[in-house]
Design a protein around this ligand. Structure first.
Ligand SMILES: [Zn+2]
Length: 290
């Protein structure tokens, strides 16, 4: 099976999905992830069905399967904080509709930060929000992302993700997105990824794993920082990331890079090329800048 690899791309109001697909093609990627608007706010333009149609045609011509494409919910949405319950749920419902109208079936969501109400109440708030937002006819899977544990972030470990899933009624509409940088920062040793996968399978179940964010980390294990680094440049390292990307049990799962731009240059074309070659490019940063 062919490696399914792509990156975060932009989704601009003027060309929408068409622009996202063209950017993906420019990276020699075969999948992509985008926010339907700015990640730090919730203002969204209506999805243009003409542009969606054109984007989907362009994808077909370039062998990009819509089943592997991912939308990321804005990180300002905090389901763990019940103060904004009605707003959060309304936004999430609308976002699910936007994602569905684009033909995408995976929405990655940060579980949220409890900001003082405590872990148990925070988890309950997330469960309550998901149970109102998800309906029998929802076609999109909400993929809860594993988090670095910065501040009061929830989803710092598989146990917390499992507790959320346990509370959700419509479990077929819930999945998980693993993020390698977050796993490292929350204390998982990625040099022993087989153990991590076994633990994931035992606690949550591998069938829930739908997306993997592939990022290196600027910080050592267990520092709870969440600062992504370019592939092979950070503390996780190239060999550990390659083992994850090509892991037998993860075939068919889209791998998405969310690594930082280098002086305003996207790193994705060079990183994807290096990943396909399975060999670290000593000149990575230089090549990105060229
Ligand atoms: Zn991520």
């Amino acid at each position: 099976m062919e490696l399914i690899i792509g990156s975060h791309v932009s989704f601009k109001k003027d060309d929408q999905l068409v622009g996202s697909v063209l950017e993906t093609i420019s990276y020699d990627a075969n999948t992509f992830m985008f926010y339907t608007g700015a990640p730090q706010n919730t203002s969204r333009v209506p999805i243009n069905s003409e542009l969606t149609k054109k984007g989907l045609e362009l994808m077909k011509l370039n062998n990009i399967n819509i089943k592997n494409v991912v939308v990321h919910a804005p990180y300002i949405i905090n389901l763990a904080n019940s103060n904004n319950f009605d707003f959060n749920v309304r936004f999430l419902k609308e976002e699910l509709e936007r994602v569905e109208s684009l033909g995408v079936d995976k929405l990655v969501l940060h579980p949220g930060s409890h900001v003082g109400v405590g872990i148990d109440q925070g988890i309950q708030n997330i469960i309550d929000s998901l149970n109102v937002a998800l309906k029998d006819d929802t076609k999109v899977t909400i993929c809860l992302e594993t988090m670095a544990g910065k501040g009061t972030e929830l989803g710092r470990n598989f146990e917390e993700i499992k507790r959320i899933i346990d509370g959700v009624e419509l479990k077929d509409k819930i999945g998980v997105c693993m993020d390698t940088c977050h796993l490292n920062d929350s204390g998982y040793d990625l040099s022993d990824f087989d153990s991590i996968l076994n633990e994931f399978d035992k606690i949550i179940g591998l069938k829930y794993l739908k997306v993997i964010h592939i990022n290196d980390s600027k910080n050592e294990i267990n520092t709870h920082k969440d600062r992504h680094d370019n592939i092979g440049i950070g503390k996780i390292g190239f060999d550990n990331l390659i083992k994850i990307i090509y892991h037998d049990k993860l075939k068919g799962i889209p791998k998405i890079l969310e690594t930082p731009y280098v002086e305003k240059n996207p790193p994705y074309k060079q990183e994807i090329e290096m990943i396909r070659n399975k060999e670290f490019n000593e000149n990575l940063i230089k090549d990105i800048l060229e």
